[in-house]
Design a protein around this ligand. Structure first.
Ligand code: PMT
Length: 234
């Protein structure tokens, strides 16, 4: 049986990929299927939490039972939803794959093939939503006790610096827990299985077993539940 250790807790999860519009029919996107974020939302609800899932583009992992689902497209929309909803969350988990850049402008009509060859695409930087949530907590907009969990998608392997990149990202983003995923070579994005590490701001590092995204979600929530029932983050 699953532990009922998130009873009454409000958990906000983001999942899937953002789509950054280029013109009315095209976008820049990524290969996130939403499976990992959906598994987290489902597992948190089964453990008794009130769960809101903010979902970008997915491969339709199936609406989870007893979860409020909000759909978004772009990083800017995701930021708006996360900032608005995090003010009354006990736990925020950023499993979405957010585009770091978006086309600087969205063409009003479909971009046509020109005689001069393809038009260049100029990009603008998207907000860092995770870092913005940590900032909002520092500013007192989000309660100090709210636990903020990030993911890191890093290419390479354990020896190729995935963990080092994860440690640096944890410090840079300022979140409490960071789940490090090795990606690339067909790993993590869109797959059924996943693996990685949980890094905590106070320096603990736990390897997660290789297995289904449901198993991964349950191990991540073990780490979350270990902190949250005692009044949130340490
Ligand atoms: O959806 P699946 O197919 O199941 O795959 C799951 C996954 C691999 C997408 C997921 O487990 C994962 O790792 N999600 C985070 C992907 C990502 O965007 O990683 P990143 O290293 O670029 O970003 C680090 C963290 O900052 C993430 O929590 C991300 O949500 C957040 N971020 C990133 C960029 C940005 N502009 N704003 C953000 O908040």
């Amino acid at each position: 049986a699953l532990p009922y250790d998130l009873a009454g807790r409000r958990v906000l999860v983001s999942a899937g990929g953002t789509r950054e519009p280029l013109d009315p029919v095209r976008y820049l996107g990524n290969h996130s299927s939403g499976k990992q974020g959906y598994a987290l939302a489902r597992a948190a609800a089964q453990r008794g939490a009130h769960v809101t899932l903010v979902a970008g583009a997915t491969s339709n992992p199936g609406e989870p039972a007893a979860v409020d689902v909000v759909h978004i497209d772009s990083a800017v929309e995701l930021e708006r939803e996360m900032q608005a909803r995090a003010v009354d969350a006990d736990v925020v988990i950023m499993a979405a794959a957010v585009a770091d850049f978006r086309p600087i402008s969205v063409a009003g009509s479909k971009i046509k093939k020109g005689a001069d060859g393809p038009a260049p695409i100029t990009l603008a930087e998207n907000p860092d939503i995770l870092a913005g949530l940590v900032r909002a907590r520092n500013d007192g907009v989000i309660p100090a006790a709210t636990l903020i969990v990030g993911f890191a998608a890093e290419t390479g392997d354990e020896n190729g610096g995935v963990l080092d990149h994860g440690r640096a990202k944890l410090r840079r983003k300022g979140c409490d827990l960071l789940i490090v995923n090795a990606v690339g070579d067909g790993k993590a994005f869109g797959t059924e299985d996943n693996t990685g590490w949980v890094l905590t701001a106070d320096g603990r590092e736990t390897a997660l077993p290789f297995g289904s995204k449901t198993l991964m979600a349950s191990r991540i929530l073990d780490e979350v539940a270990a902190v949250v029932p005692n009044g949130g983050r340490a």
